[in-house]
Every structure is written in C-alpha cells, then in structure tokens.
Design a binder for this molecule. Structure first.
Ligand code: DGL
Length: 276
C-alpha cells in the first residue's frame, strides 16, 4: 500500500522547527519533509517567484502521495498559499489540502498580549505582504500590529553564524527598530520558522516583560484540531510513525545543519527541482 504522509515544506531548514513540534503532538502519522535549500532564501524573492517555487514543491508532495501539505514557511504562506488554495488546488485535486502557518498563529496571538500591542519579526517577504496585520485584524481587531523585517537573520542562521558577535549586532538592531515603533509592545512573534534558533539571543537583548512567541506549538495544536474536524482527510493520511527528509541541495549539508533545527539526526535524500 502506498504511504500517504503529511507533507511539510520549507524553503530550507526552518520548517523543521515546526515539524519537530508536530511530530511531538501527532507522532502516529507519517511525515515527509522537503527543504528547497537550493533556492533558499525565499524571503527576499518576489511574489511570482515564491509562488512558482512553492507550487512546484507542492506538486512534488502530491506526486509522493501526500493528501495534506503544510507550508511550514511564513514567506511561502504569505506569498503563495492563497493562490494555490484558490486557483491551483481545484484543478489539481479538490480533495487535497494545503495549509500554512499564518492563519493558526493569527487566530491566537492576541491572547498573549496584555497591552494589545504585538510586534512581528519576519522576512522582508512576509512583512511586505502585510499578511500578519491583515489576518490579526480579523481575529483581534483591537490589537495594534508593528512589523520589522530582519533580512540578515535567515542567512546568519542557515550559515551557522547565529551565535556570533555579528549576529548580536543584527539581532539588537532589529529588536530596537521594532520596539522604537511604539511603547508598550509586550509580545513579539517570531514569524519566520528559522527564528526559534535565535530565541535565546532575542530574549537576552529584550527588556523584561516582553513575551517571545514561536509558532511550532501553535501550528501543531492547530493541525491536531484540524484533523479532528476533518476525519475523512485524517483517515487518508497514513500512520506508521515514519519520517522522510528531502532537500533540493546537498544532503551532507542538510544533514549537518538540520540536526540543530530538528533536535535529532537526519538522513536526507536529494531531489532535483527547477532544473528542467
Ligand atoms: N523559513 C522561512 C519563513 O518562515 C524563511 C526562510 C527564507 O527566507 O527562505 O519565512
């Protein structure tokens, strides 16, 4: 019988911080992870490019038998998800599902704040898309949202340079820019799946009383509820507790770096995309 794993996608390693929490919450399912490392980072790329790359990856997941794919990447969720859901899925297979990480996060983020002022740290693409302010306004219309793009953070993390004085400089700089936008911001959302690796450094440079929220647990909880609400889809997803990992770039590099994101050793396979 063909396995029907849940697909988990990111431009690179960041989605592993989400997968880690999902596996902890729902260990019974099979999962297939793919990082498009050869074309990362997605953060600075245009809408058209992020959409094109993401759709190609989603189609690959479908070809592997996935009925459900999670875009564990804020940039892809911000710039490609809606078009894929509305324009592409009905033609590909209306029964398959693609979900992102922005909606589940915006549904709950307002609950973390006492002051009603929330800061968003993300890639240039995520910030530019305005997805967070737009979505948060739907669930928490009274919450004020402030955003800061941190274009250096993903390269620092991907290159394992995130625990260096250079990283200190860029972390402090962006936190300062964000906090300068308004007094009373008491909640900071790490709206990029790479940023949890910086969480200790971020906390170190923040004044006390500010809550830092990362998305992994929120997305995992939301997926659990989604599968409970959609038993037909849940039944189609295979359950043997298996994990598979693919990267579009070097498997040696992927396996070396991925452990930091996933918390346990990974043996990935190579996948050629976008070179035809
Ligand atoms: N992990 C991606 C996100 O959550 C960003 C990485 C990239 O720029 O490719 O936005």
């Amino acid at each position: 019988m063909q396995l029907k794993p849940i697909g988990v996608f990111d431009s690179g390693y960041g989605g592993l911080t989400i997968l880690k929490e999902i596996v902890q919450e729902l260990p019974q399912y099979d999962y297939l992870y793919m990082g498009d490392n050869a074309r990362a980072p997605y953060g600075p790329r245009s809408f058209a490019t992020v959409y094109h790359y993401t759709l190609e990856c989603v189609q690959w997941f479908f070809a592997q038998g996935c009925e459900l794919v999670i875009l564990a990447c804020n940039t892809a969720s911000a710039k490609a998800l809606r078009t894929i859901q509305q324009k592409d899925l009905p033609g590909i297979d209306p029964d398959k599902r693609v979900l992102g990480v922005i909606r589940p996060t915006t549904e709950v983020i307002g609950h973390y704040s006492q002051t009603g002022k929330v800061g968003i740290l993300g890639t240039s693409g995520t910030v530019q898309s305005e997805s967070y302010p737009i979505e948060i306004a739907k669930f928490f219309p009274q919450v004020e949202v402030y955003q800061e793009a941190c274009p250096m953070w993903v390269p620092l993390i991907e290159n394992n340079e995130y625990d260096t004085p250079g990283a200190d400089y860029f972390v402090q700089q962006h936190l300062q820019h964000l906090l300068n936008q308004s007094e009373g911001i008491d909640t900071l959302l790490l709206a990029c799946t790479h940023y949890p690796l910086l969480i200790n450094k971020i906390r170190q440079f923040l004044p006390s009383g500010i809550t830092v929220v990362s998305q992994g647990e929120i997305v995992a909880q939301s997926l659990k509820k989604y599968l409970e609400k959609h038993p037909d889809l849940a039944r189609k997803c295979s359950r043997n507790g298996r994990l598979g990992f693919y990267t579009t770039d070097s498997t040696t590099d992927f396996d070396t770096h991925a452990t930091r994101f996933f918390g346990q050793p990974i043996a990935s396979k190579h996948l050629d995309l976008g070179r035809k």
